[in-house]
Design a protein around this ligand. Structure first.
Ligand SMILES: Cc1cc2nc3c(=O)[nH]c(=O)nc-3n(C[C@H](O)[C@H](O)[C@H](O)COP(=O)(O)OP(=O)(O)OC[C@H]3O[C@@H](n4cnc5c(N)ncnc54)[C@H](O)[C@@H]3O)c2cc1C
Length: 304
């Protein structure tokens, strides 16, 4: 149960009690910050024991100390100290609860296996369940996540179903597992100035929406927008090795997206042989001598 919101009697403050410690709270830092700006006080490490009532109306909540929220495998398994309790007066209480799947009779008689919160077990690549012709995706497979994950798994599930109904097809052949590994930004062997170290821009807040349930965030200003777009990693950029590129422009004709263009950065005319600096001429003489010596040596070896 997370969080318990509660408004004190006679006070304008809103108190939020939750099981998690500040670092464990399932909320974005800006969400917590915005709530604090709206005079929400946070009380971490408390779980609801009972709601107190009088004449059919809520008068408060008794909380018990939550000693830990997750087990060793980071699964939600809250533990409490039942003797460490507090009673907080309140005239209204808002409960925010988790989400689980209600399958009803949909899976009756099937071999589909269910886990925590009623999520269906399935192969992570094919989304096939223990019942071969049942495929799952979205929240009923992953638990509460994001729309984009549900859409992606819907597409993968559709591919699996298509293959399943086509005789002789493999569910796994040529499938992309999409296993991405994030860079360790702190140990990356590129110049720190090249990497995305600039913090995200934060939107401003509209004061007139304060204290309402409307989104206070405003759009970026032009300056913020420019800064945000400059955070691009430039992963697609190619630097021309000016010692190798002869400026023929052939590369510009090969890119079908017209992404390559040449820009003249300076004008130069190469020196003629006669005008080469003396040092280069000396090197050329030494090199010519070495080639002549090697050629002579090889011809002597060949004759003998
Ligand atoms: C309050 C809230 C806010 C969220 N905010 C965001 C957000 O800002 N951004 C984001 O990306 N994600 C957000 N999410 C998560 C996102 O909504 C889900 O991850 C996504 O909708 C999951 O898609 P789904 O298709 O798996 O399930 P759902 O969208 O839940 O679709 C399941 C459908 O199945 C139907 N159904 C259920 N049982 C049966 C049955 N027995 N027979 C027939 N039909 C049935 C339901 O009516 C529903 O239409 C939010 C979720 C919640 C609850």
């Amino acid at each position: 149960m997370w969080p318990v919101l509660q408004k004190d009697r006679g006070a304008d403050e809103i108190h939020l009690y939750c099981l998690e410690s500040p670092g464990e709270m399932p909320a974005l830092p800006e969400e917590i910050e915005e709530a604090k700006e709206d005079s929400v006080s946070f009380h971490n490490g408390w779980g609801p024991k009972r709601i107190l009532t009088e004449d059919g109306k809520v008068t408060g909540v008794e909380f018990k100390r939550c000693t830990s929220v997750f087990d060793a495998d980071h699964r939600f398994a809250p533990k409490y100290d039942e003797n460490d309790t507090i009673i907080v007066k309140a005239d209204s209480v808002l409960l925010s609860v988790g989400q689980s799947i209600e399958w009803g009779g949909l899976l009756s008689g099937s071999r589909v296996e269910l886990g925590r919160g009623g999520n269906a077990y399935a192969d992570s690549l094919t989304l096939q369940t223990a019942e071969p012709d049942v495929f799952v995706g979205g929240d009923c497979f992953t638990g509460p996540k994001f729309a984009i994950h549900a859409i992606a798994s819907g597409k993968e599930g559709a591919i699996s179903i298509h293959r399943y109904v086509q005789p002789g097809q493999s569910l796994v052949f040529g499938r992309d597992r999409r296993e991405y590994h994030a860079f360790d930004k702190n140990n990356i062997a590129i110049g720190i100035q090249d990497f995305d170290m600039t913090p995200r821009q934060r939107p401003g807040h509209s004061p007139e929406k304060k204290g309402t349930f409307q989104d206070e965030r405003m759009t970026f200003t032009e300056e913020q927008l420019k800064k945000e777009t400059e955070r691009c990693l430039g992963c697609g950029t190619v630097e021309i090795d000016s010692y190798k590129c002869i400026g023929c422009g052939l590369c510009t004709t090969k890119c079908k997206f017209d992404a390559i263009s040449l820009e003249r950065t300076y004008d130069t005319v190469p020196n003629t042989y006669e005008k080469l600096p003396v040092k280069i001429a000396t090197n050329a003489i030494v090199r010519t001598g070495k080639i002549a010596a090697t050629t002579l040596k090889e011809s002597v070896v060949t004759r003998s």
